[in-house]
Design a protein around this ligand. Structure first.
Ligand SMILES: Cc1cc2nc3c(=O)[nH]c(=O)nc-3n(C[C@H](O)[C@H](O)[C@H](O)COP(=O)(O)OP(=O)(O)OC[C@H]3O[C@@H](n4cnc5c(N)ncnc54)[C@H](O)[C@@H]3O)c2cc1C
Length: 462
């Protein structure tokens, strides 16, 4: 029974949960001396979390190993941070609070954190990866570091079902954590269950449900960094095509976001990092029901960096033979080297031009306008988005306004949140993992410091 009492219980052994465990352990080490809970200065008294067993911090993880999502990040390479930790790369209802956390737990802190667990990192154009580009090293070294700490115990295949509060009329400050493996008792609880994104990695929104049970009013969770769906008839023909392009998102005709990069065409719509980056706005606009649902349009620039007049000159030169000493090629041939072969008929059809017949020198001004529009402002009506099984993160969650500066709930003392369960989502590029490490470390440290300020007063031998 006694090995069920802990100073800190962390629910979810993902990126933020593992960072929270190591941070709270380091904090307890600092405060109590390095000799571990059984030795050194002792404030154990009659505290069962102190007397019963070595470990004072318990991680409860649903899956058979911690950090399974980390393995899938960065296409198996784990883009764990970014040199450019700019606030504009994050979305939240409280950006100032995101800035406060990232100011303290910044890029330099992250580098030291990973060095402290034996992980050497490198930057590739600002994107931070483990030096060997293997995500498994990140997971393995986090797990190894946890296992090396006598203060931390990890239980896998243990799913937390709900949390029961300490009875107010008793001097028992321990929350009851009801799990698939029985009940555990924790003085401070850190909820790091992630969101809904990546359900195969154990994420099913459990933290959201627990937060709502405690009276938190969530910013409605929705998928982010996800693919967009369209009913355009030509998609079947473009399935598998990749091309560099600039994209601009319009919601109800208003320019809302834009980006540039590689689009991946699929039979249902568009995917790829460039689409992920602007997807959260499209998802939000499309998720409203009835009259609230908004019109979402993507325009695609297949020749980013070209002005219309330069592009016209280029196509003209490729068509009329100035560039190739051939005479009067039809547009289909003239455009051959500019676009993927499957894209050319789609662009020409949008422009209403028969590319096998028409040549550049025979195009009217009106047709030139249509052709340039089809190349530089190709319209793709968006009708939906891919759900949590395809999304990389969840937008929305526990509002930062309902948490204190140590990410402790303002509704329930002793309950902390970190990671994706909080209303913070980043763009692609290492920003979401950075938030997981930083917020995990912040909550872990705050929980440990709070434990040391008010050691549990439960009588032993309950
Ligand atoms: C395919 C993919 C690729 C990605 N690539 C990148 C990338 O390269 N860079 C980047 O910055 N971000 C990336 N992300 C996003 C990033 O992985 C997440 O934002 C981050 O892992 C969130 O950390 P977290 O600790 O909040 O949650 P998670 O890492 O999701 O961990 C939550 C943990 O809680 C456990 N859990 C859930 N409910 C319970 C319960 N009831 N009881 C016990 N345990 C529970 C889960 O099993 C899981 O282990 C990617 C995401 C996906 C899906």
């Amino acid at each position: 029974m006694k090995d069920r009492y802990y100073k800190i219980i962390i629910i979810g052994g993902g990126a933020s949960g593992l960072a929270a465990a190591l941070s709270s352990c380091a904090c307890l080490d600092r405060i109590k001396g390095r000799s571990g809970p059984a030795g050194g200065e002792s404030d154990a008294g009659s505290d069962p979390a102190q007397n019963s067993c070595q470990a004072e911090i318990l991680i409860l993880e649903k899956k058979d190993r911690p950090g399974s999502k980390i393995l899938a990040t960065g296409n198996g390479r784990c883009n764990l941070s970014n040199e450019n930790l700019n606030l504009s790369c994050y979305r939240s209802q409280d950006p100032d609070r995101v800035r406060d956390i990232l100011k303290f737990y910044d890029g330099e802190w992250t580098r030291r954190f990973f060095e402290s667990i034996g992980l050497y990192t490198k930057s590739m154009e600002g994107y931070i990866y483990p030096y060997n580009e293997q995500a498994s090293s990140v997971r393995n070294l986090l797990e190894t570091s946890i296992n090396e700490k006598p203060r931390i115990r990890m239980l896998t295949e243990t799913e937390v079902q709900f949390i029961r509060e300490p009875a107010e009329d008793k001097p028992n400050p321990y929350y009851r954590i009801v799990t698939s493996q029985g009940v555990f008792y924790g003085e401070k609880i850190i909820i790091t269950t992630g969101g809904y994104a990546g359900p195969s990695f154990g994420c099913s929104g459990d933290g959201f449900r627990i937060a709502e049970d405690m009276g938190h009013k969530l910013v409605p969770p929705l998928p982010a960094l996800t693919a967009l769906v369209s009913k355009a008839p030509f998609l079947k023909k473009l399935n598998g095509v990749r091309c560099r392009a600039g994209i601009t998102l319009y919601i109800e005709g208003m320019k809302t976001a834009s980006d540039q990069g590689q689009i991946q065409w699929t039979d249902y719509g568009v995917s790829g990092v460039v689409v992920f980056q602007i997807s959260r706005y499209a998802v939000k606009a499309l998720s409203a029901s009835g009259k609230e649902k908004k019109r979402v349009l993507l325009t695609i620039d297949f020749m980013p960096g070209y002005e219309d007049k330069d592009l016209k000159e280029l196509i003209r030169s490729l068509s009329d033979g100035q560039a190739l000493a051939s005479c009067g090629r039809p547009l289909t041939k003239a455009m051959e080297s500019l676009f993927h072969s499957k894209l050319i008929p789609v662009i020409l059809r949008e422009a209403g031009i028969d590319g096998d017949e028409e040549k550049a020198d025979s195009l009217t001004d009106k047709k030139w306008t249509k052709l340039l529009d089809a190349i530089r402002r190709f319209p793709l009506r968006i009708s939906g988005y891919k759900g949590y099984d395809k999304a990389q993160v969840t937008q929305g969650g526990v509002p930062l306004a309902e948490l204190d500066s140590g990410l402790q709930s303002l509704r329930r003392t002793g309950i902390y949140f970190a990671g994706e369960v909080i209303d913070v989502d980043g763009i692609c590029g290492g920003y979401n993992l950075q938030w997981a490490w930083s917020s995990g470390a912040a909550a872990g440290r705050a929980a440990a410091e709070a434990c040391m300020k008010s050691p549990a007063g439960v009588k032993a031998g309950k």
